[in-house]
Write a protein that binds this ligand. Structure first.
Ligand code: BES
Ligand code: ZN
Ligand code: ZN
Length: 471
């Protein structure tokens, strides 16, 4: 979507006016007494027609917490963007009279995210969104440019999630990451199967055994000269490009959406893309182990004992608990960087979805309370909210094995937490695990979070890293 800047309204296109109260629209347009009276009867957003031009008067009730007002602006934008696309509008003009300092920024963000569509495979081009330009009355400023770049990176992440495995297998994911890195300026190194074998990444190799495509291990790095941190921040993303469950194959329709099982990887790519394109002074590294999980060839099987990258042994009790197998190798690889903080993102468990649904991110880990509190603040600001789980030692007892160091399967309860406890065995640094299985992929749009991949994690982690590690 193009964002233009204009000095005044042309009135050739639909007009969007952001207002603190409906009658403020008269500051922008000459309105009749009747129209003003009409606007005064309205409390919220409403629509007018003037000489054949639709006018969207956008009003959001001020909430008692600023981040709730911000979210209301994003959601209002989504409503209007959907209406404009239904009307087949190509361009709209936007002007703000709102005194709220971030109304326009939030509205712009909602606009860009709501207008996203994965149209690559439509042959009927009439299905594609028509709206392609928003002309804003005023001057471009740095804050708006930043919002635009972060929204673009969120859409980069969505595109990766929405690509089916027929296109996006593990080697192709690496190709895409290289293209994205070239564009925004971060470095990409792709380790192939030989190197993965040399590194003894037993978890990644085991999950890959049933596949005809080789695995990849992707290392992304943004290290500007002016980086404020000495020790890097590391982001690790689950890159299961498709999860059939493997020999413990998924049944009952639960496989349908499993192209989304690399949403953690996509969030890492999107976040580093956003950081690089905004040139944040921070050293970040992304680690993405990638493979599909299939029952073919010499697929790994329940009962197998796998030696992992850090030398620990794992008894496989369910091949569908593959995410933790590949993440474990990436988390232990991260140790060599002596990181300040490691955050992993993964569509790891159905249990996380059952616990909180699509409205937030399940979090746990070993980072101190202050760091977690900061992440929660970023969660509220970006409305990618954090639900912290307990992480007591007792949960780890469910992973005991009679033949290996640990099993890859917990008990019947607290499945999201036992998955986290498994990962903890491969960390030796402050760490936060984010289970994004719920919010990463939607069967139906929720306001500006469009159907399919949502890009969850990108706005959250961009905000968190910018706020806490660039000063
Ligand atoms: N990729 C799934 C988790 C998932 C579920 C992601 C729903 C998105 C939506 C993961 O690999 C998986 O299959 N987890 C199993 C673990 C179990 C076998 C311990 C699960 O949650 O059922
Ligand atoms: Zn699985
Ligand atoms: Zn999975």
């Amino acid at each position: 979507m193009n964002i233009n800047y204009i000095s005044k309204l042309s009135s050739n296109h639909p007009i969007i006016i952001l207002c603190d109260k409906p009658e403020d629209a008269q500051k922008i347009l000459s309105l009749s007494k009747k129209e003003i009276t009409y606007l005064k009867t309205k409390k919220g957003s409403c629509q007018l027609m003037k000489e054949g031009v639709s006018i969207f008067v956008e009003v959001v009730e001020k909430k008692d917490q600023a981040h709730l007002t911000s979210e209301a602006w994003r959601k209002q934008a989504a409503k209007t963007i959907n209406a404009l696309n239904s009307d087949k509008a190509v361009e709209a003009e936007l002007i703000s009279t709102s005194k709220g300092k971030d109304s326009l920024l939030n509205y712009l963000e909602g606009t860009l995210l709501a207008n996203y569509q994965f149209a690559k495979y439509f042959t009927d081009k009439k299905r594609a969104h028509t709206l392609n330009t928003i002309s804003i009355v005023g001057k471009m400023d740095a804050a708006q440019e930043e919002v635009i770049r972060v929204a673009n990176s969120t859409c980069v992440s969505r595109d990766l999630v929405n690509e089916p495995v027929s296109y996006l297998n593990a080697p192709q994911l690496s190709e895409e990451i290289k293209k994205i890195g070239k564009n925004s300026g971060f470095k990409v190194e792709v380790l192939d199967k030989k190197k993965i074998e040399a590194l003894k990444m037993g978890g990644l190799l085991a999950v890959n055994q049933g596949s005809i495509d080789p695995p990849t291990f992707n290392i992304l790095e943004w290290k500007p000269k002016n980086a404020k941190n000495k020790k890097p921040i590391i982001l690790v993303g689950k890159g299961v490009v498709y999860d059939t469950g493997g020999l413990d194959i998924k049944t009952g329709g639960s496989m349908k959406t499993m192209k989304c099982d690399m949403a953690g990887a996509a969030a890492v790519v999107g976040t580093i893309d956003a950081i690089a394109s905004n040139k944040l002074p921070v050293h970040v590294i992304g680690l993405i182990p990638a493979t599909d999980n299939r029952p073919g060839k010499n697929a790994y099987a329940a009962g197998d004992v796998i030696k992992m990258h850090n030398g620990k042994t794992v008894e496989v009790l369910n091949t569908d608990a593959e995410g933790r197998m590949i993440l474990a190798d990436a988390l232990s690889y991260a140790q060599k960087y002596k990181p300040e903080l490691v955050i992993d993102l993964a569509t790891l468990t159905g249990a996380a979805v059952r616990a909180i649904g699509t409205h937030g991110v399940v979090a746990m880990g070993t980072a101190d309370e202050k760091t977690v509190a900061k992440l929660k603040t970023s969660g509220n600001e970006t409305y990618e909210r954090i639900a912290e789980m307990p992480f007591w030692d007792e949960y780890g007892e469910q992973l005991k094995s009679t033949v290996a160091d640990i099993t890859n399967l917990g008990g019947p309860t607290a499945g999201a937490i036992t998955a986290g406890k498994f990962l903890q065995h491969f960390t030796d640094y402050p760490w936060i695990h984010l289970d994004i299985a719920g919010p990463s992929f939607l069967d139906k749009a929720e306001a500006y979070r469009t159907v399919g991949g949502t890009g969850v994690g990108v706005r959250l982690l961009y905000h968190f890293i910018k706020t806490n590690y660039t000063k």
